[in-house]
Design a protein around this ligand. Structure first.
Ligand SMILES: NC(=O)c1ccc[n+]([C@@H]2O[C@H](COP(=O)([O-])OP(=O)(O)OC[C@H]3O[C@@H](n4cnc5c(N)ncnc54)[C@H](OP(=O)(O)O)[C@@H]3O)[C@@H](O)[C@H]2O)c1
Length: 270
């Protein structure tokens, strides 16, 4: 059983949720590093923008800008995810790295009368954030195992570290992804598959543009994509998290007992 995980993924990188924000910025960065990308999302317009922007900004380093191949895909559709992975590998070659980034956020605010808690919100977020990743892992594992190689990088969030106000649905999905990635890191090593976890803090994207609260250490998507790509290229690690000054503060909250955690979070968020 392999214990050392390969790092810089060879071959094609497949990115889900690449039509905007972090996924789009990562697609542009990989392409500018000369690494071919298959990029998917429901709206391919944003992926075409990524290919254009990568070409306009030019190469990073010696290699020429690589193509970005757009694949329209809704990750909640299990059969479509399986078909998309098969098509990408048939047309572009084996996926060396899958960056499972597609995700969304909807706040859950409960008013004093108890209104606002809605199961439909939870189902939507679980379908996209969790089942979208599960569908991709299901399609990738037999293929990567047959090659005894490949990296699956799962994008979670610092919101998965501990319960935060209005994030009961989003946090549930992101905490679940952290736990799943830890388990898969152990389980898939025996197939030669490297599982990585990405936990960003606040990144300026269409998702956070909707927030009406102060976001400490907010990063631009290009800088976040640089940290993400550099982190995934670094040998031997599991988690990639940025900006570290912020994410480590949130990580430390995990060590606090509830008697200290709840008053602290209430004070700093109200
Ligand atoms: N921004 C932050 O501060 C932050 C912090 C921590 C973690 N994250 C995580 O980072 C990831 C990217 O977020 P972002 O901030 O870049 O948000 P974003 O700009 O809203 O991008 C989300 C991406 O996911 C895609 N997507 C959503 N639903 C989909 C579906 N059903 N099928 C396929 N693709 C779907 C969207 O494309 P279409 O709508 O075209 O399908 C879009 O490309 C998410 O998992 C998010 O939870 C973000």
């Amino acid at each position: 059983m392999p214990t050392e995980h390969p790092t810089r993924a060879a071959g094609l990188t497949w990115i889900t949720g690449a039509s905007s924000g972090l996924g789009q910025a990562a697609a542009i960065r990989y392409a500018r590093l000369g690494r071919m990308v298959a990029a998917s999302a429901r709206s391919v317009g944003g992926i075409d923008d990524a290919a254009r922007l990568a070409a306009e900004r030019g190469a990073l380093g010696e290699a020429a800008v690589a193509p970005i191949r757009a694949v329209g895909l809704d990750v909640t559709d299990r059969a479509a995810v399986g078909a998309a992975v098969a098509r990408i590998e048939d047309e572009c070659g084996p996926i060396g790295m899958a960056l499972l980034n597609a995700g969304t956020h909807e706040p859950v605010s409960v008013d004093e009368a108890g209104h606002g808690f809605d199961a439909a919100t939870f189902r939507r977020l679980i379908d996209i954030n969790v089942m979208g990743v599960v569908h991709a892992v299901e399609a990738l594992v037999p293929r990567m195992a047959a090659r005894r190689g490949g990296t699956i990088a799962i994008v979670s969030s610092v919101a998965g570290y501990r319960g935060l106000p209005t994030a009961s649905a989003y946090g549930l999905t992101k905490a679940g992804l952290i736990n799943m990635a830890e388990a898969l890191r152990i389980d898939l090593a025996r197939c030669g598959i490297d599982v990585r976890l990405v936990c960003p803090g606040f990144v300026r994207t269409p998702l956070t543009d909707r927030n009406n609260f102060r976001m400490p250490f907010l990063m631009d998507a290009d800088e976040a994509a640089k940290r993400l790509v550099d982190g995934l290229d670094r040998p031997g690690g599991f988690e990639v998290t940025f900006p570290r000054r912020f994410t480590w503060q949130i990580k430390l909250l995990r060590l606090l007992p509830y008697a200290l955690y709840f008053p602290l979070v209430r004070r700093s968020t109200t």
